[in-house]
Design a protein around this ligand. Structure first.
Ligand SMILES: *Cc1c(COP(=O)(O)O)cnc(C)c1O
Length: 378
């Protein structure tokens, strides 16, 4: 099955009970048992729910994994996966990882004895050097947020398996439509499904997909024990969103490519970060490991005051956190999504005060470019 067909027909695409062509919202907490322990596969909705299950099977199919799990947010998915580890374990993590991931690992999970070393995972030697005797996993985000740095998943996976570690990849920016980390050797894939998977800025959700039975059993045990599950209504919204993931990703990327080219030529823009640009660090790897370059662009306008001006004048790009929806969004990472990262660390990473991130929506690209043109004018 080709990927566009898979988006429509993979997973469980109808309701066996009624023939309904979409899986309904099973808004129920519990299920009748005919005798003690005799039931139709569901006992209690924290453990399993048919709408959530349909979503979990679908994302498993799309990521070509063994089992999928749906959580109440991307952070709930990430935190639950981190519970696969124990006190004393160590993880090597991408340095410009999503701000919330940095926060949970360095301010919450550290309290339980999990330690982390942040490295530039696009530098394979740096990753290898950061591996310690107690390292259990390498955690990679690629492309990263907001600088769109690219890590070679295949190269890291070879290293990971030589050392008998797990490779965890946050695939939020590319989605399985463009990039399938498990096919490249990763063990676990994570998503903030709040972003492209949902695609409509109407749900907060997280997904995880694992590559084998033993990880599936362990993660299901954690999901059921900790209980950070996704509800049936939100599961339904994701099922609905995923059906159009392909046409949305194509449209996001088409628009982003045009806008990246436009910004590159603009005299007020000192730097453009977009994996589709031949000049982008990691462009060749992005081209090799993903089928598309996505819809996220960051660009530097030089100062906080210029960034403020752009944001004030811009029309179609809504100033908001989050990304990956049909409408264009913009943010200033240093003062918004990455505000929880200390200033010195932020600047060392290149997240300057004049850096603007845009999540390119699926509006008419001529309108978006005209809007940027007017906003950038002095
Ligand atoms: C938003 C985001 C997260 C966190 O997901 P939530 O759904 O907001 O909890 C994790 N990783 C990346 C790359 C994100 O963009």
């Amino acid at each position: 099955m080709k990927k566009r067909t898979q988006l429509i027909h993979a997973g469980i695409s109808e309701d066996e009970q009624t023939g309904a062509v979409v899986v309904p919202i099973y808004q129920t907490s519990t299920y009748k048992q005919e005798e003690i322990g005799k039931h139709k596969g569901y006992e209690y909705s924290r453990t399993g729910n048919p709408t959530r299950h349909a979503l979990e099977v679908l994302i498993k199919d799309l990521e070509n994994g063994y089992a999928g799990f749906a959580f109440g947010s991307g952070m709930a998915a990430i935190s639950s996966v981190m519970m696969l580890f124990q006190s004393g374990d160590h993880i090597v993590m991408t340095d410009d990882v999503y701000g919330g991931t940095y926060r949970v690992i360095s301010k919450v999970l550290n309290q339980f004895g999990l330690s982390v070393t942040f490295v530039d995972t696009s530098d394979e030697q740096a990753v290898e050097q950061a591996i310690q005797a107690n390292t259990k996993a390498i955690y990679v985000e690629t492309p990263t947020n907001p600088l769109l740095k690219i890590t070679d998943i295949t190269a890291i996976s070879e290293m990971v398996h030589k050392h008998d570690l797990l490779l965890i990849v946050d695939n939020t920016f590319n989605t399985p439509y463009w990039q399938r980390p498990l096919d490249l050797g990763a063990d676990i894939v994570l998503h903030s499904a709040t972003k492209y998977i949902s695609g409509h800025s109407d749900v907060v959700a997280g997904l995880a997909v694992v590559c084998n039975e033993s990880l599936a059993e362990r993660l299901h045990f954690i999901q059921n024990s900790v209980g950070a599950i996704l509800g049936p209504q939100d599961s339904f919204l994701l099922l609905r969103g995923i059906r159009t993931l392909g046409i949305r990703m194509e449209a996001h990327e088409g628009n982003a490519g045009r806008i990246a080219d436009y910004l590159t030529k603009h005299p007020q823009v000192s730097r453009v970060y977009y994996p589709g640009l031949a000049t982008h660090q990691g462009h060749a790897i992005a081209k090799k490991q993903a089928e598309g370059f996505g819809g996220m662009i960051s660009f530097d306008v030089g100062s906080a005051s210029k960034a403020d001006q752009v944001l004030k004048k811009i029309n179609y790009f809504t100033l908001a956190e989050s990304l990956g929806a049909v409408e264009s969004l913009t943010s200033v990472p240093a003062r918004m999504t990455h505000a929880s990262i200390p200033k010195e660390r932020r600047e060392a990473l290149g997240i300057t005060d004049g850096l603007i991130r845009i999540s390119v929506g699926i509006e008419d690209v001529d309108d978006l470019i005209a809007d940027l043109e007017a906003a950038l004018q002095d």
